[in-house]
Design a protein around this ligand. Structure first.
Ligand SMILES: *Cc1c(COP(=O)(O)O)cnc(C)c1O
Length: 352
């Protein structure tokens, strides 16, 4: 029956998931593993957020509000008067945007090295993917990005970028928006850890989508809530393309709760800013400036796979960057975790 599978999936390997903490613990006989591989918030959601989700569970026999109106209202309260769409994680939003605008055979442009899902999702819809390499220091060259984008329907840019950690200055994003004909999806998964605001660009440009997630600073990775700032013209078509009820009612309610938890967000941010500075100062390998809740490290002469294996043996789960398209094999990415996790990581990396 395997002949029924689309040739694309028969050949492609799919998304690379982080190793499971339980597996690492078992392999190395360690009770508690420092989970620094997925850029999650190490703190669980607040009691108020958990209560909001529990309340929503009481009416889980009913279908969700198809437009997630309560969440949209909370987003307007949080960000101001913009248009928003939601999805099952930002990954769900990315997929729906691709589905809304890209025909098979059309070009999707991606700035690499970066998050792998843009390329995977575009290929699933039959797009032709053009990778535009960043400069040696991982900054963006707007001119080459614009040139590669001529004739493309959609382009992806991640800022702060996963896994390199650096941001694209808003002026460079604006230059790209003015130079390209298609839509720019600017992935802002980590923008809450940076001192940059791209939102004003939404007021001046019709070809910008800002992707956001509740999985990182808002601590809801397990509930899969993503959203985007969209131009008004795109909104009705996004809804036509979307899977009905993609965002479930419990997750939507938790997201409303988490958006109201501004104290938690500030605490997380302060904690991350303090620790990432310490990582940059104390890691005895080349690190890269970061605006996110993780640090990329060049572990040469080791490979990323060797380094993550060796860290795992010491109870630290980090991410080898070998699966990121366009990056060499000697990088790892380490998230900022709780104090004990960060301390254990710093001790481990010093003896690599
Ligand atoms: C984590 C992450 C996302 C996806 O977030 P979800 O909302 O959990 O799907 C999107 N983009 C980047 C760059 C990420 O690191």
């Amino acid at each position: 029956m395997r002949r029924l599978i689309r040739p694309y999936f028969a050949g492609a390997s799919g998304y690379s998931y982080a190793k499971k903490a339980e597996d690492v613990a078992r392999e190395h006989g360690i009770d508690r593993v420092a989970r620094l591989a997925s850029n999650e918030n190490p703190r669980p959601p607040s009691p108020a957020t958990i209560q909001a989700a529990a309340n929503a569970l009481q009416t889980a026999n009913r279908y969700p509000d198809e437009r997630a109106s309560a969440l949209i209202k909370a987003l307007r309260r949080y960000h101001g008067d913009y248009r928003f769409v939601t999805g099952s994680g930002m990954d769900g939003v990315i997929e729906t945007v691709i589905r809304t605008v890209v025909e098979p055979g059309e070009t999707v442009v991606i700035s690499t090295p970066t998050f792998s899902f843009y390329g995977l999702a575009a290929a699933i819809y039959g797009a032709r993917v053009t990778n535009v390499p960043r400069r040696e220091d991982f900054s963006i060259d707007p001119a080459s990005f614009i040139e590669a984008s001529q004739g493309a329907k959609l382009a992806f840019l991640c800022s702060p970028n996963n896994p390199t950690g650096n941001s694209v200055p808003p002026e460079a994003v604006e230059e790209i928006l003015e130079g390209m004909e298609g839509l720019l999806f600017l992935d802002n998964a980590y923008v809450d850890f940076a001192d940059i605001d791209y939102r004003p660009l939404m007021r001046r440009h019709e070809n910008l989508v800002l992707g956001r997630t509740m999985s990182k600073i808002f601590a809801l990775a397990g509930l899969r809530v993503g959203y985007a700032f969209v131009p008004e013209w795109l909104e009705p078509y996004y809804h036509r393309a979307a899977t009905p009820f993609a965002l479930n009612s419990v997750s939507a309610a938790a997201a409303v709760g988490a958006l109201a938890d501004t104290d938690r967000v500030h605490e997380t941010r302060d904690h991350v800013l303090e620790w990432r500075q310490r990582f940059l100062e104390e890691v005895p390998f080349r690190t890269y400036p970061t605006d996110a809740n993780f640090v990329m490290i060049d572990v040469a002469p080791h490979t990323g796979d060797e380094a993550t294996e060796s860290l795992a043996a010491k109870g630290v789960l980090a991410r080898s960057c070998t699966s990121f398209p366009g990056l060499g094999d000697h990088y790892i990415r380490v998230s900022i975790g709780e104090d004990w996790e960060n301390i254990r990581f710093l001790e481990a990396i010093k003896t690599l």
